[in-house]
Design a protein around this ligand. Structure first.
Ligand SMILES: *[C@@H]1O[C@H](CO)[C@@H](O)[C@H](O)[C@H]1NC(C)=O
Ligand SMILES: *[C@@H]1O[C@H](CO)[C@@H](O)[C@H](O)[C@H]1NC(C)=O
Ligand SMILES: *[C@@H]1O[C@H](CO)[C@@H](O)[C@H](O)[C@H]1NC(C)=O
Ligand SMILES: *[C@@H]1O[C@H](CO)[C@@H](O)[C@H](O)[C@H]1NC(C)=O
Ligand SMILES: *[C@@H]1O[C@H](CO)[C@@H](O)[C@H](O)[C@H]1NC(C)=O
Length: 758
């Protein structure tokens, strides 16, 4: 076949509706193929409705449906939506000049939305470039055609002048022709040589059954659409073949001549075999071959041109012969074809189109050469979920993912990172790098990169210093022609051991415990507990914690007796307290890290009421205006057998249970009040009773208050106002914390007004 354009196109303006001035260059493309006219019309030019009419001496004929197929016309929309017309040189209405030159007047009739018709006349003209072979078979998309050399008895051919009969007379002569059709006796199909029954029909009758029987100067012709009345199917090497077994009987002068006009075409479809499209067809159609058979080769063509073996290989097409069947494997998307994207039910799919044809040639006993052409445009639709490639680099702390591969028609319209949709420009502004990655073969991918530290990347603590960075994203791709959107969600993660926990330093001061919380790398992950209480602004206020924030640490002074501090013991050395700081994972509630600071505070006097009904008290006999001071060893509680557990200098330590040592219990509303006394009543000799006592007396009330019902608390009382009990609660200092913004270590937001406690 040749691509050389030898036909010419006339845009005749014969009718008022005809418009030629509005046709852009390249709208109509025409070519002369080996055995047919070829024409395509750009999709953009087509109206709401369109059709082809052809015109010959007898008038204008509209091409449509079955009659068009029987007449040798194929009208299709190709993968780009362009309108394609293929018309056999032997088609009806073609002006045939001795089977060597062909002319056809075609009208494109375009109907616009308003129903207005515009017609474009096109005069196609093609010379025959390759001489007709004795038998030629065409398997078109919509019809089967066979044409054979008109058999002329050799004596006539040699001895007499053969005067060609004019076409009209040919038609006249056809009336006397007969066609013998043979079909299997029982139409089960499948058998290679079924028993046949025969029926002989007039040409007129055959025509009624869908067979176009014709003759030209040198050829006899039979054409029919697929699935015609007298056709049948059989399996050839396991491949479905449609056959019409017909012999045309025609009279030539006084002689009756017979010509086999059987035709057979493969009707099986191509299918996917792994990543390849597999097309199988028989190399020898046994119904068309009378042995001995000589294979004269197979040629493959794409888009109207034959391919060289080299091109075939380069494109990755694989042609194999297996037991008389040809297997052609074409990789999905291979060069020569065309990929179109679609979104079907939210799924990304690709359609691959390849305008394939092939030609077989053989010799057999009956025909010195048969040329067999089969037009097999392939189209395969496949869901093609794009592939996400994870190129995340732990060493660079960078997420890097690419999504591909896409054909040219797909473009990235936006992405969603975290829950934030963004265009390309916005992504770039927000530190999300997007790139288009083209490949030499025309396909492309999209690359997205963003650092682990990006605010839209979520972090999760995994324990043992590991954290998981998670990038949740959605690629939104746009697919023409309707800009359908395809969404591809993806989640990538990276687990990295890069978490530095906050470091706590502690120290004891005269007034309390100082805690330094040095910043870690994931501070908002933690909830801080001080002495088992969540550190929030309320605790800061209630506890009177003094805060100070520095560049890389935060200090907190917890006053003695404040909330959060734990009482450990009381001895004459002092009050032992501990403060524990615990970091708890906000998500898992798992304790991650804890720190304890223990401090001993010297105290002169103190009363501690423990929840377990025990009271501890240190009294200093010298702090009372006693002269001389009372020897602490001599003091006791109300029950004189309850004496100090320890004494030193003027100080004595008592430990006693509230239901012993003469403790007096009174009930007041919801509280039980326990009262006792540390006292010294010297045993004054009876005779001295009237004298002013030389001995000092000593009495300090001690006791505890506990709720009747409800939890008992540890309470520490400081002896500020002496002699009166209960003592005032340990005083709490108040600090101002003007900051209201969230604090990495302190939960909640600072409340504006808190009730004063004291
Ligand atoms: C047509 O039928 C005849 C008679 O059965 C048979 O000999 C011939 O091979 C058949 N031709 C084809 C093309 O099937
Ligand atoms: C195109 O090139 C890419 C990258 O080299 C490759 O992965 C892909 O398979 C190629 N596509 C086709 C259809 O050959
Ligand atoms: C992506 O790559 C990172 C780093 O190599 C790896 O940790 C992660 O498991 C990979 N896969 C996904 C789905 O995130
Ligand atoms: C350290 O933590 C304090 C609060 O505790 C905060 O104000 C400061 O910005 C942090 N510094 C760094 C470098 O993260
Ligand atoms: C304490 O609880 C008991 C039982 O629940 C109840 O009978 C009693 O009235 C409560 N006492 C006070 C003072 O609330």
């Amino acid at each position: 076949m040749t691509n050389e354009t030898v036909l010419w196109m006339l845009l005749l303006c014969l009718f008022p509706s005809c418009a030629t001035d509005t046709v852009p260059i390249g709208t109509f493309i025409t070519e002369c193929q080996d055995r047919h006219f070829w024409m395509s019309i750009k999709s953009s030019f087509l109206g709401k409705k369109f059709r082809f009419d052809v015109q010959d001496g007898s008038g204008v004929h509209t091409l449509s449906g079955q009659p068009a197929a029987e007449c040798g016309y194929t009208v299709v929309l190709d993968s780009l939506g362009d309108l394609v017309l293929r018309a056999s040189y032997l088609a009806c209405h073609v002006e045939n000049e001795k089977d060597t030159a062909f002319r056809l007047l075609v009208w494109l009739v375009n109907t616009d939305v308003d129903g207005e018709e515009t017609t474009y006349p096109l005069q196609l003209s093609c010379p025959l470039r390759h001489p007709w072979k004795p038998r030629e078979i065409v398997c078109e998309e919509n019809y089967m055609e066979v044409s054979t050399m008109k058999q002329v008895p050799t004596n006539i051919q040699k001895g007499m002048d053969w005067t060609p009969t004019p076409p009209v007379l040919l038609e006249e002569g056809l009336r006397e022709w007969r066609v013998a059709f043979r079909e299997p006796r029982n139409q089960q199909g499948g058998m290679e040589r079924p028993p046949m029954k025969e029926q002989t029909l007039s040409v007129e009758m055959a025509q009624l059954l869908g067979y176009h029987i014709g003759t030209t100067e040198t050829r006899v012709l039979l054409r029919c659409a697929y699935g015609s009345r007298l056709s049948y199917k059989l399996q050839e090497k396991g491949i479905e073949v449609e056959v019409v077994n017909a012999t045309i009987l025609y009279k030539h002068h006084w002689m009756l001549l017979k010509v086999d006009t059987s035709v057979a075409c493969t009707t099986s479809k191509a299918y996917m075999d792994g990543d390849n499209i597999l097309l199988r067809f028989p190399k020898i159609l046994s119904s068309l071959v009378l042995p001995p058979h000589k294979d004269m080769g197979l040629r493959l063509g794409v888009e109207r041109s034959f391919l060289s073996d080299c091109t075939t290989r380069q494109r990755g097409y694989d042609l194999q012969e297996q037991d008389g069947a040809v297997e052609l494997r074409i990789p999905f998307g291979a060069e020569g074809g065309f990929i179109k994207s679609q979104v079907v039910d939210g799924q990304y799919t690709q359609s691959y189109f390849l305008d394939l044809f092939y030609m077989l040639q053989w010799e057999d006993f009956q025909w010195s050469l048969t040329e067999y052409r089969s037009f097999r445009p392939l189209s395969v639709h496949l869901p093609k979920p794009p592939v996400l490639v994870n190129e995340t680099s732990l060493s660079e702390s960078m997420f890097s993912v690419s999504l591909g591969l896409f054909p040219l028609d797909v473009s990235l319209s936006s992405v969603t990172v975290g829950d934030r949709p963004m265009s390309w420009v916005e992504a770039e502004q927000m530190g999300v790098h997007l790139a288009h990655v083209p490949f030499p073969n025309g396909s492309h991918a999209y690359l997205l990169q963003t650092p682990f530290s990006h605010p839209l990347v979520t972090q999760q603590y995994l324990g043992e210093g590991y954290r998981r960075y998670t990038l949740v994203l959605t690629f939104v791709l746009s697919v023409p022609p309707n800009s359908d959107l395809y969404q591809h969600p993806a989640t990538v993660e990276a687990d990295v051991q890069d978490v530095v926990l906050p470091r706590v330093e502690g120290g004891c001061t005269a007034k309390g415990v100082r805690l330094l919380l040095h910043n870690g790398t994931m501070d908002s992950q933690w909830e801080v507990y001080v002495g088992g209480r969540r550190l929030d602004w309320e605790l800061v206020e209630l506890g009177g914690y003094a805060l100070e924030t520095r560049q890389d640490y935060f200090s907190m002074l917890v006053p003695l007796y404040a909330l959060g501090m734990a009482y450990e013991g009381l001895s004459l050395q002092g009050l032992v307290v501990t403060i524990s700081v615990t970091f708890v994972d906000r998500e898992t509630a798992r304790e991650e890290h804890s720190f304890n600071q223990r401090c001993v505070f010297p105290v002169k006097e103190l009363l501690v009421c423990l929840p377990d009904n025990t009271a501890l008290v240190i009294v200093d006999t010298s702090s009372r205006t006693q002269t001389p001071p009372v020897e602490p060893k001599l003091t006791s509680l109300l029950d004189p057998t309850c004496v100090p557990v320890e004494t030193k200098g003027a100080r004595a330590l008592y430990t006693f249970s509230l239901d012993s040592c003469g403790t007096v219990t009174t009930l007041e509303e919801d509280y039980i009040i326990y009262t006792n006394k540390v006292q010294f009543w010297p045993k004054v000799p009876v005779g001295l009773k009237t004298l002013k006592s030389p001995y000092s007396q000593f009495s300090v009330p001690v006791g505890c208050v506990h709720p009747v019902n409800g939890t008992r608390m540890l309470t520490i009382y400081q002896p500020r106002t002496l002699q009166t009990w209960p003592y005032v609660l340990a005083s709490v200092s108040h600090h101002n914390h003007p900051r209201a913004e969230p604090h990495p270590f302190i939960g909640g937001r600072k409340r504006n007004k808190l009730p004063a406690v004291g």
